[in-house]
Design a binder for this molecule. Sequence first.
Ligand code: PGA
Length: 261
Amino acid sequence: MSTKPNGRRVLVSGNWKMNHTHYEAIQVVQKLAALLRAGPLPEGTDLSLHPSFTSLRSVQTALESDSVPIALGAQTCHFQDAGAYTGEVSAEMLAKLSVRYVIVGHSERRALFGETDEVVRLKLDAVLRHGMIPILCVGETLEQREAGAAEETVAKQLTAALEERGREAFASIVVAYEPIWAIGTGRTASAEDAQAMSSMIRGELERLGGEVSRLMLVQYGGSVTPDNAAELLACADVDGLLVGGASLDADKLVTIARSSA
Ligand code: PGA
C-alpha cells in the first residue's frame, strides 16, 4: 500500500546534524516511541532517524528493544572499509549497527568538509556495497538559482554520482533535493519549485538509470516544518522529506511524518 498515486512509498527522514547528546537522543526516541504507539504513521509512510555517531548505538538499542517503527540512519561515512583514517567511521561499521539509510553528499559536507563529487560517488559505492540505502543530497546555491543554473547544477551532481552505475543499484538509492538557500534559513522552496525540480530530477534519473528509476524516492529538504510538510508532500514527484531543525523535536517530526495522510 502506498500513500502516493505513483505507487511509491513516502520516506520522512530526521537529520539531527551535530545536535543531541546520547542522553538527549534517548529521551527524544522514547517520546517518538510513545507518539507512534498512540497513533501509527499513515499507511505507506516510513520514518528514519539520523543521529550523530555517538548516539547511534543508544538509539539502535532503544528502537530495537521497544520495536519502534523507525529506521536507523547515519549522516555520512567514510568510503574505505577500514584503515588509517583517524576520526572516520566506515560504512561497514554502520551496517553492523543495523543502520539502514546513510545521507551522502549533504551540502554541509560538501561546503564545510570539502566533499567533492568524486568523494560523494565513492561514499555512495561504500553504502551500497554494505547493503544500506544512500540518501544522495543534491541542490543549488542561491547564486546558481538566480543565475538560472539550478537545473544544470543538480543534473551535474546526479550525473557525477550515478552515471555508469549498474541499473540494479538505482532501486536502492534515495535522492534528496535540498536547495542550499532553503537549508536552515526558514525559507522553504515553494511547492511549485519543489515539484518542478523533483520532476526534472526524475527525468535525469530515468536518463541515467532507465525504467527502474521510477521506483526511486525523491525527497525534498530545506526548512521543512509541520506547517509546510503537507503541501510539499502533496506534490506528485515529492516522495518524502529530509528534515533538519524541526526533526530535533519529537512532536514536530511525527506531525511532519503524518502529513502525507
Ligand atoms: P533544515 O535542514 O530542515 O534545518 O533546513 C535540512 C537539511 O539540511 O537536511
